[in-house]
Every structure is written in structure tokens, then in C-alpha cells.
Write a protein that binds this ligand. Structure first.
Ligand code: FES
Ligand code: FES
Length: 155
């Protein structure tokens, strides 16, 4: 089938198999490899992207379901000049990553969280990111990064 999408601000038309998952569409058809596959079973959140501004686990969504809709991946966050998105900058500043495998999904989930809750409490951050797993950091610095990105002093 043909899907018409806008991915990171660029309109596209692609012929895809009906069963193709959005994450594989983004990685293999669009060539956007920042979105990771950690489990393929809707558990880890590594594949999180924005679909019409809301975070979704792209291993749970068919590419066909993105037809007529807007997708943003990690590659779409930085400015034209390469400047980091404020959430990316906060993750760097607060050391919110180690191996980095979970980071694209964490950042996208955080962007969505901050859209819904511009000044979240620590509890709201923890609950908002509970669908995203990190094996490295213990989460503390990730939470601090999201609070910092919201403009709330964390140190
Ligand atoms: S790869 Fe999608 S939730 Fe883990
Ligand atoms: S930084 Fe390694 S899984 Fe999160």
C-alpha cells in the first residue's frame, strides 16, 4: 500500500507492505537509524517517536497507521544549524545517558511529557517515563535532565 507521511518535516510517499511496522519503516525505508529496537514487544520504549505530537512506541504501530500523519524522530529535533533541542541539551548537561541505547526513546518520550506537563513534578516525570527502560543510569540523571529541560533548577 502507499503511505503518505511527513517525517521530520519532509513529506513522503512510499509503497510499503501492509504489515510493516513504523519502526522498520523509519529505519529501513526512511534511513533514520536513531530510533532503536530494543524488544519489539512494546516493553522497552527504545523505539519511541512522536506521531502527531504524541509519543508512541513505533514497534507497536504499523507504517500504514502513519498515513496522512506527521512523524518526528530524534533526527528531527535538532535545529537546522545543528543546535541541540533543549531536551537533548539537558540530557547532555545532566549526564542523562551512559551507553545511549535508550536515549533516543527517552528523549522523545520526554519531549511529549513536557508538552503535556511543561513544569512536571519529579513524580510526574517518573510516571511519564515508566514505559521507557534504561539498563545503565538508574534513572536519576534522566529525571534530573527532564526537570532541567523544564526550567526547574535541579542542583
Ligand atoms: S522496541 Fe518498541 S518498545 Fe521495545
Ligand atoms: S543509557 Fe544505556 S540503556 Fe539507558
Amino acid at each position: 500500500m502507499q503511505v503518505d507521511t511527513t517525517v521530520n518535516g519532509t513529506t513522503r510517499q512510499d509503497d510499503v507492505e501492509d504489515r510493516l511496522l513504523l519502526v522498520h519503516y523509519l529505519r529501513e525505508v526512511c534511513g533514520l537509524r536513531a530510533t532503536n529496537v530494543g524488544c519489539d514487544t512494546t516493553s522497552c520504549g527504545a523505539c519511541t517517536v512522536l506521531l502527531d505530537g504524541q509519543s508512541v512506541k513505533s514497534c507497536t504501530v504499523l507504517a500504514a497507521q502513519a498515513d496522512g500523519r506527521e512523524v518526528v524522530t530524534l533526527e528531527g529535533l535538532a535545529g537546522q544549524d545543528g543546535a541541540l533541542h533543549p531536551v537533548q541539551a539537558a540530557f547532555r548537561q545532566e549526564h542523562g545517558l551512559q551507553c545511549g541505547f535508550c536515549t533516543p526513546g527517552m528523549v522523545m518520550a520526554s519531549v511529549s511529557l513536557l508538552t503535556d506537563h511543561p513544569e512536571p513534578s519529579e513524580q510526574q516525570v517518573r510516571e511519564g517515563l515508566e514505559g521507557n527502560f534504561c539498563r545503565c543510569t538508574g534513572y536519576h540523571n534522566i529525571v534530573q535532565a527532564v526537570l532541567a529541560a523544564s526550567g526547574q533548577v535541579t542542583r
